[in-house]
Design a protein around this ligand. Structure first.
Ligand code: MLT
Length: 408
């Protein structure tokens, strides 16, 4: 008899976004004339940049020739992409990394879910709460937690509340934990970590020999050049941090799929007998076993985003979404909603009006404004009482959503 992995029974509900999708579909079926505006899942809406399309076309043509055809690619990514990443995302900001420390993949969702495999199942873990649901759910599936309680906390996870008081960017805890997930710019709160904040985290991690799993999928949305885009801008981070980056939001690749992870050779874990082992080696082994590289055509498309035209065209997309975020922030604040985020991230984090629960707010936004958002409680217990609005949409839809919400 094939037994199931019982850890799956501990999961509270379906994965957040399909769950929202089901509720929205049920509403749309019952109300076929409702003209819904979708500001829920953070999915890009602008077409691919011309330079990306051209690079894909050229790569397809190349693959159709004897000389240009390629089969399996190098597991960790083609040199042309890895070199562009090293140059533009790191060296340009004073960070030196080796090519062997970059692992190109098909998405940060996968990376942030899969990375836990290289850590012992008895590792303790910490999330800031609310957080991207993949961090918690994948550790639940792996058996690294106990059951969930009736407030939504899984036993065995340290939850650090991200609150209005701490600017939704809590500092490190007083106790030691083995693995800490951090995300900046933050999904879902839209907050951003300062240099001082990350310095405190790195210092804590080095003191307690923890590993920080730093999700920087939204780095391109940072508007202030003095804010850190990478945790490796912080001295000492190469000894204790792993970073995830993605082309999804910064270049509209949610349907194209390309991302990468940085695992410095100097981030070490310990075996039962006390021997030190590099997590880079473990991930390299795992990647080679379970992954066969991102398609050549896609890697060429990703590399095109680093050309001068690519940088300008993708920056223009980011400017479009950030203008939406500014309009949402302002429009909602003018109508006396309490809003956060949206300055260095494409997400507005809104306090629900009149103390509504997050799901009640979701229902009333859907039925009264015909606007789909994301209930804050779906990201963790401390998200209760908040509602996330995504800036990924057309200007017209965002302006109409503001009109409808403020007229509610
Ligand atoms: C979100 O809406 O939180 C994101 O789009 C989810 C993701 O990137 O997987």
């Amino acid at each position: 008899m094939a037994r199931i992995n019982e850890n799956f029974n501990k999961l509270t509900a379906g994965y957040l976004f399909p769950e929202i999708g089901r509720r929205v579909s049920a509403y749309a079926d019952a109300n076929p004339d409702a003209d819904l505006i979708r500001l829920g899942i953070g999915d890009v809406t602008l077409p691919l940049a011309p330079v990306v399309v051209a690079a894909m076309r050229d790569a397809v043509d190349e693959m159709g020739t004897d000389k240009g055809f390629r089969g399996y690619g190098p597991e960790n990514g083609y040199d042309f992409l890895v070199d562009a990443i090293l140059e533009h995302d790191f060296r340009s900001r004073g960070i030196e990394l080796a090519a062997s420390e970059i692992f190109v993949s098909d998405g940060s969702k996968q990376d942030s879910g899969n990375i836990q495999e290289i850590f012992g199942t008895d590792c303790t873990l910490l999330v800031t709460d609310p957080s991207y649901p993949v961090y918690v759910d994948t550790n639940v599936m792996a058996g690294r937690t106990g059951p969930v309680d009736d407030r939504g906390y899984y036993r065995g996870i340290t939850y650090l509340p991200a609150t209005e008081e701490n600017g939704f960017m809590p500092g490190p805890p007083s106790e030691a934990v083995d693995l800490a997930y951090l995300c900046s710019p933050n999904n879902p709160t839209g907050a951003v970590a300062t240099r001082e904040n990350l310095e405190a985290w790195v210092s804590w991690a080095k003191d307690c020999d923890a590993v920080i799993l730093f999700d920087a999928a939204y780095d391109a949305f940072i508007q202030d050049e003095t804010l850190p885009r990478s945790i490796f801008e912080i001295a000492g981070a190469k000894d204790c941090a792993i970073e995830m980056r993605s082309f999804s939001k910064r270049a509209g690749f949610t349907g194209v799929r390309c991302a990468y992870m940085v695992i410095p050779e100097t981030v070490m874990g310990t075996t039962e007998s006390g021997e030190r082992v590099s997590f880079n080696q473990l991930w390299g082994r795992r990647h080679a076993t379970k992954f066969n590289s991102v398609p050549y055509v896609i890697q060429r498309a990703a590399a095109a985003t680093y050309t001068p035209e690519g940088r300008e065209q993708t920056a223009e997309q980011v400017r479009h979404y950030m203008k939406n975020a500014e309009l949402l922030r302002k429009g909602l604040a003018d109508a006396k909603f309490t809003v956060f985020g949206g300055e260095h991230a494409p997400y507005i984090w809104m306090r629900t009006p009149d103390g509504q629960s997050s799901w009640d707010c979701f229902d009333s936004m859907l039925s009264r404004a015909k606007v789909v958002g994301t209930p804050g409680s779906g990201f963790g217990p401390s998200g209760e009482g908040y509602f996330r609005i995504s800036a990924f949409n057309s200007r017209e839809n965002v302006e109409e959503a503001i009109r409808r919400i403020t007229a509610m």
